[in-house]
Write a protein that binds this ligand. Structure first.
Ligand code: NDP
Length: 248
């Protein structure tokens, strides 16, 4: 049987990039999928691609940084698709600047989406998982949350915070067969990284033992495994998907 058959998965930032690859991997495993973002079209290409795999898929518009909007989202998703048992907190953004030039607004915006967004969604959707006594929460962090990066102190702090949230939540929810893990991609080819200058890209490539940048699908398959029943004894972990960029 398909590993996610009969389950409803919700992927924030699921219309493009890494989130799209995660949504497709979960759908290939038989999950019905809710895609969430602020601006993606309700009948866009990812919705159609997921439906072509023979599962249900709906797009929901929501800013995960808003607690009210996430509460509304939880009600709407449950009414349309049923209770969510796989939550993937993938929505994220960058507002890079050197530390001394970093303004309050850039700090707050990044923390509000990358960290508080995951808090809002975990809170809204873990209730149903507790009731069902089964669930998977996957937080998409970054190797930058573990090694830091020049010009990304806000982003690194948000991603390190996600790791702390992951471990604490994993301890709280473990007894109800709910696992909580973080996946930490290295450098993955998406719109987020396409903006980096060529010199920065070649410097990064030299640091990757596997010798290539990652593709969104490299992350999607790992998330799909962690969301499966087979991964039931893995919780509170950070799994790096980075071609060996950071080891140990
Ligand atoms: P993209 O910029 O391509 O996609 C980000 C997604 O998040 C979009 O769908 C965007 O949609 C959504 N989003 C942003 N803000 C919000 C919000 N407030 N509420 C709801 N949705 C939101 O990024 P990637 O695919 O590259 O990255 C996905 C995740 O992976 C991020 O968390 C990122 O930090 C992480 N990551 C990426 C790496 C990479 O190399 N690409 C490396 C390590 C981690 P919209 O704008 O319409 O809201």
């Amino acid at each position: 049987m398909a590993p996610h058959s009969g389950r409803v998965a919700l992927v924030t930032g699921g219309s493009r990039g890494i989130g799209r690859a995660i949504a497709l991997a979960l759908a290939r495993g038989g999950a019905d999928v809710a895609l969430v973002d602020r601006s993606g079209p309700s009948d866009g290409p990812t919705v159609r691609e997921v439906r072509d795999l023979g599962v249900r898929c709906q797009h929901f518009r929501c800013d995960v940084g808003s607690s009210e909007q996430v509460q509304g989202l939880a009600a709407a998703v449950t009414a349309e698709l049923g209770a969510v048992s796989i939550l993937v907190n993938n929505a994220g953004l960058t507002r890079d600047n050197l530390f001394l030039r970093l303004g309050d607004e850039e700090w707050d915006q990044v923390l509000a989406v990358n960290l508080k967004g995951a808090f809002h969604c975990a809170k809204a959707f873990s209730r149903g998982m507790l009731k069902a006594r089964w669930g998977r929460i996957l937080n998409i962090t970054s190797v930058v949350g573990q090694m830091g990066n020049k010009g990304q102190s806000n982003y690194a702090a948000s991603k390190a915070g996600l790791i702390g949230l992951t471990c604490s939540l994993a301890r709280e929810l473990a007894e109800r067969s709910i696992t909580v893990n973080a996946v930490a991609p290295g450098f993955i080819r998406t719109e987020m990284t396409a903006e980096l200058p060529d010199a920065v890209q070649s410097d990064l490539l030299r640091q990757i033992p596997v010798g290539r940048f990652g593709e969104p699908e490299d992350v999607g398959e790992v998330v799909s495994f962690l969301a499966s029943e087979e991964a039931r004894y893995i919780t509170g972990q950070v799994l790096r998907v980075d071609g060996g960029m950071l080891m140990g």
